[in-house]
Design a protein around this ligand. Structure first.
Ligand code: PLP
Length: 358
């Protein structure tokens, strides 16, 4: 039996979207491919109401961490990496792994990073890049992106790089208003597509920065990717065409539902899950005021066995996620992103109640 994915990615993909991948292939240097890629990018621009550059790479979202390290930090300059969980720490590791210097702004897992904390750091030193994870999937903590973007308008040399892997297309994102310079995601989360593509939205300022940065790699060379797109409206290397078919199909559905409605659906599911967790005697791991709309990290105050729960849930056709890394036994996570609706969520929570006698 298929287990409905209530983990924070990969998430459920509808049958018609899966089927869209089975269309016969076209060459990636053909007019047909150019039309497909153009349709995908046009729909993405329209969904996010953005005038910025949009690109889709054949890779998972993590590639954009290397893209950041390789392209956006000039020799002798450094990044400020906000860290409050596993994925924001991964960004720090990527930047340092690309041979660049980075300072950490680190808070305890479960806590949010405030604008004041960032401001204090920016006043102390000059940074080429600020990295932040909009939605820390390990903890369920969400950052106030608009406020951070507003702050960075006073620091024009600092590019705002945002990991939106588990939030883009679920939470409400207007890159131009928020002032992001590079914001990226993977397809297997809120886009409700199979894994394998990474979406990036890039400002002109970020693209200009690449010219001052040597050793950008090959697959990660943002300038080369965008130059190639400018000349040919294609990708420099062979993309996952089948998945682009599915994305093209899915984006049409997303535009029909509309970004605001999608956000409302996610917010509704998050609120319901939060209320449920508290009413049943659990807690919420994420600090109040910083709670994600796409994943809830429940503090397992009742000491329940999530492994056993998942065995029983499997028989009812569901799976949820246990805590991430060091939070494995302390928390469990419900990923309410992508295709899910409040009615689906109620079914899942009823199944959990029945199994745990809540
Ligand atoms: C916030 C966040 N960043 C980065 C990643 C890594 O994404 P990918 O595995 O698609 O590269 C994940 C994956 O769960 C994530 O949740």
């Amino acid at each position: 039996m298929h287990k409905k994915l209530w983990i924070p990615g990969p998430t459920e993909v509808k049958e018609d979207v899966l089927q869209a991948q089975t269309k016969p292939l076209v060459g990636h240097r053909s007019k047909e491919f150019t039309a497909l890629y153009d349709s995908v990018l046009t729909q993405l621009r329209s969904f996010f109401k953005t005038e910025q550059h949009v690109l889709v790479l054949t890779a998972s979202g993590t590639i954009f961490m290397d893209v950041t390290g390789r392209n956006l930090i000039r020799p002798g300059k450094k990044a400020l990496c906000c860290i409050n969980g596993s994925f924001s720490d991964r960004m720090y590791k990527a930047v340092v792994g690309c041979g660049k210097e980075a300072d950490k702004l680190e808070v305890e897992w479960g806590k949010g990073i405030t604008v004041d904390m960032i401001k204090e750091k920016l006043e102390q030193s000059e940074y080429d890049v600020l990295t932040i994870c909009w939605n820390e999937t390990s903890t369920g903590v969400k950052a106030d992106l608009q406020a951070i973007g507003d702050l960075l308008k006073f620091y024009p040399d600092t590019l705002l790089v945002v990991d939106a892997v588990s939030a883009m297309a679920g939470d409400l994102l207007w890159p131009d208003e928020m002032g992001t310079d590079l914001i990226f995601a993977s397809t297997q989360k809120c886009f409700a597509l199979p894994p394998g593509l990474a979406v990036g939205i890039v400002s002109q300022k970020a693209l200009d920065r690449t010219q001052e940065v040597p050793d950008r790699g090959l697959y990660t060379d943002l300038k080369a990717i965008m130059d190639y797109y400018g000349k040919k409206q294609q990708t420099p290397s062979t993309p996952n065409i089948s998945l682009l078919y599915a994305m093209d199909h899915k984006l049409k559905q997303m535009l029909e539902e509309g970004a605001e409605n999608i956000y409302k659906r996610h917010e509704e599911m998050a609120e319901y899950t939060h209320k449920w967790a508290l009413e049943k005697g659990f807690g919420l791991f994420a600090e109040e005021g910083f709670r994600s709309v796409t994943v809830t990290t429940v503090a397992n105050k009742l000491g329940k066995d999530v492994g056993e729960l998942n065995k029983a849930l499997a028989e009812k056709g569901f799976v949820i996620a246990n805590g991430y890394g060091k939070l494995k036994d302390q928390t469990f996570r419900i990923g309410h992103m992508g295709e899910h609706t409040l009615d689906d969520l109620k079914e899942l929570l009823a199944a959990i109640e029945e199994i745990w006698n809540l």
